[in-house]
Design a protein. Structure first.
Length: 350
């Protein structure tokens, strides 16, 4: 049956007795997802878009604001990921805050929110839920997996875990590994801020009023790392006005994102490193970095590209010349959309 979906509302899929890599079995896992386009009768035109750490399926929403977490200029009718040709699925990560099971969800075994008892997960667990979703939809082959930042981690993980599932992966402002000291340091920094909040209670804050102010502080710092001040200077010059705009954007995000999701997803990166498995990759790879990205600087490219080519992977690299740092893939979509379109075209007819 063909799914006649143009711009779906958030849909959900439930997995019973989902076994994590750790061996822990979660009694019920819900994965939320959005779709764009029409699923072909042979189900052969599917593109999986994997979202970043703090965004979600809304990144493919038509008409969304352009910026970090928004790819509306890249995904849609006639765009680089052309929904006139492709059926796009964007699932919310397990542990994230946009409809999928996370720490705020009710643990069926206790009747209370998981909170601090949410089990540790890995990037492999995240992509396994996505594989289960595709199995449920009767999809056994993908044209491509395309994603920025944490979405790039997922794309790399997909390529080594399920190498025959896709023709290509496009990994944007990302890396095939996160040094353990960096991931541990990120977890420590998040916990250092959150633990100062009087409502934190070790992560069990759902009946204590939440930790909104701490989340605003964390998000403000993150946005600055992403390069928000460069974007705001396009239209503002007063430092106080810029700072207020940063806080306003941070506050809007913080009202909808669960603090525990930050911890869950940060912990999931402690074991993320697929470089030793490059020889498993059978898909084409497009690797894109931003010239001004402080999180994934261009000096990563030589090592990653050499590793891929040594492993016999058909890989290409593109440097996005942008002033917008880690937010460049959305903010300067027009600068790399032609390269993404070329990559998609090179994967064959959908």
């Amino acid at each position: 049956m063909t799914a006649e979906v143009v711009a779906a509302d958030l849909e959900t899929f439930v997995i019973d007795d989902f076994r994590l890599q750790s061996g822990v079995v979660m009694p019920s896992v819900t994965i939320a997802y959005r779709t764009l386009g029409l699923l072909a009768p042979d189900r052969g035109n599917v593109v999986l878009v994997t979202h970043g750490n703090t965004s979600g399926p809304q990144m493919i929403d038509p008409g969304g604001s352009t910026g970090e977490g928004s790819w509306n200029e890249l995904v849609g009718p006639g765009k680089a990921v052309d929904t006139n040709r492709f059926f796009v699925i964007c699932p919310n990560m397990l542990g994230s805050s946009y409809g999928s099971t996370n720490a705020a969800s009710i643990d069926p075994t206790t009747g209370n929110p998981y909170g601090s008892r949410f089990p540790d997960i890995t990037v492999s667990d995240i992509v396994a839920t996505q594989r289960a979703l595709l199995d449920h939809l009767g999809i056994d082959r993908l044209v491509a997996i395309v994603g920025p930042s944490y979405g790039g981690f997922q794309a790399f993980q997909w390529a080594v875990n399920y190498p025959d599932m896709m023709r290509g992966i496009a990994t944007i402002v990302t890396s095939p590994m996160v040094p353990r000291e960096r991931s541990e340091g990120n977890v420590a920094r998040l916990l250092a801020t959150l633990s100062k909040d009087p409502n934190w209670n070790g992560g069990d804050y759902y009946d204590r009023g939440g930790v909104l102010e701490s989340m605003i502080q964390i998000r403000s710092a993150t946005l600055k790392t992403y390069g928000i001040e460069t974007r705001l200077r396009d239209t503002m010059s007063d430092p106080k006005q810029i700072e207020a705009a940063v806080r306003d954007e941070a506050a809007r995000w913080a009202t909808g994102f669960d603090a525990n999701s930050l911890i869950i997803l940060a912990k999931a990166l402690r074991s993320f490193d697929v470089t030793a498995q490059f020889s498993s990759i059978r898909s084409k790879v497009l690797y894109v970095l931003s010239r001004t990205d402080r999180l994934f600087p261009p000096d990563l490219a030589p090592g990653v590209m050499q590793g891929l080519k040594t492993a016999g992977v058909d890989a290409d690299y593109f440097l996005l010349d942008s002033e917008y740092g880690h937010s460049a893939s959305g903010r300067d979509a027009h600068k790399w959309a032609p390269r993404l379109r070329m990559f998609m075209d090179g994967l064959g007819q959908a």
